[in-house]
Design a protein around this ligand. Sequence first.
Ligand SMILES: NC(=O)c1ccc[n+]([C@@H]2O[C@H](COP(=O)([O-])OP(=O)(O)OC[C@H]3O[C@@H](n4cnc5c(N)ncnc54)[C@H](O)[C@@H]3O)[C@@H](O)[C@H]2O)c1
Length: 373
Amino acid sequence: MKSVVVVGCGFVADLYMTGLATFPGVHIVGAHDRDGVRLQAFCTHWDIPGYPDLDRALAALPRGGLVLNLTNPASHGAINRAALSAGHHVFCEKPMALSLDEAREVARMARDAGLQLASAPSSMLGEASQMLARALRDGVAGAPRLVYAELDDGFIPQAPVQDWISESGAPWPYRDEFRVGCTLEHAGYYLSWLINMFGPVTHLVAASAETLPDKPGGASGTPDFSVATLFFEEGPPARLTCSIAAPHDHRIRVIGDKGVLSVGEAWNNAAPVRFHRRLRIRRRLLESPLGQRIKPKGPTHPKVKRRGAAAMNFALGPAEMLDAIAEGRAARLAGDFALHLTEVTLAIQNAGRSGAMEIASRCEKPEPMPWAR
Ligand SMILES: NC(=O)c1ccc[n+]([C@@H]2O[C@H](COP(=O)([O-])OP(=O)(O)OC[C@H]3O[C@@H](n4cnc5c(N)ncnc54)[C@H](O)[C@@H]3O)[C@@H](O)[C@H]2O)c1
């Protein structure tokens, strides 16, 4: 039996529960939240035991089980430490920690205890990301020369954020989202795809700034815009942009010698991957506008219905991790991969006007999912 305890029963926890239900054999032992009212609403909705005390929740999980840390980022470090100390593996929502020192400390703690610590997002394990990586390996677009990845969410402070409510009734925590900032919240969605395709980032040149100090909740001093040029161990440079002001654009484009591989949505596991062949027609040069779809060869993974902005199965990472634990191997999103993803994300977030940075950590490129080989 693959046993899981959920810590943090807010907005995103409902999305995890929907995802976990698509993987047979996962047993939710129970949940904990420091907010008793939220804990009760969540556990009643999903019909699972609620533990008002964290230690009791961790003790209810057989040693070596998996803790899903779905608390707010400010609590990630404390909950990761508590779960590892209790002898459990951890899948932590992003960011894994709010500082590089803390990320290194919890990564070391996991390694010393022989436990695995992984960080969201999971979407790198999803169909769109894996098909894009396969097309790249197959040389569909020829040698890759440049990547543009956009995580512009639209002018979020003017969206009806107070009306965004999760399935069990948790409000979207816009104040916390603005305090943490869209780079720490979102850069990982494409950074993880890029590291999966091109290996670790060795250097980056980045800038970040607060462009909307008048958002609800007031100025946070946290950047709500960032742009980074990333240099990888192998592969071309990539530009990654995050903002909550520019019009919604979640495209990733890998520009190669023969044309462009593109995905239009970061938050849809089933978003089509297309190859736009470059054509010379008389004196013009253009990329075919419709593109040829790169389809999986067979079944991939369970999908969930779109809810709000996302059609993502949030349980892809935890499910792969549970398989890895059962098989005695390293999970794709755990260990060096999680630490590296966190280091690069923090470097972009904290870039300010400072410019170029070297990245110390390294990781292996994860193996493709079995259905994407
Ligand atoms: N909201 C989204 O759309 C979304 C999407 C993907 C990922 N995430 C990530 O998920 C995480 C949680 O976000 P959310 O939107 O669910 O936030 P939320 O505020 O709705 O829920 C977090 C819950 O964790 C609980 N909590 C916080 N610290 C705790 C502690 N020390 N002990 C016990 N409970 C604690 C809070 O009481 C709250 O109920 C964040 O890391 C966020 O980046 C959010």
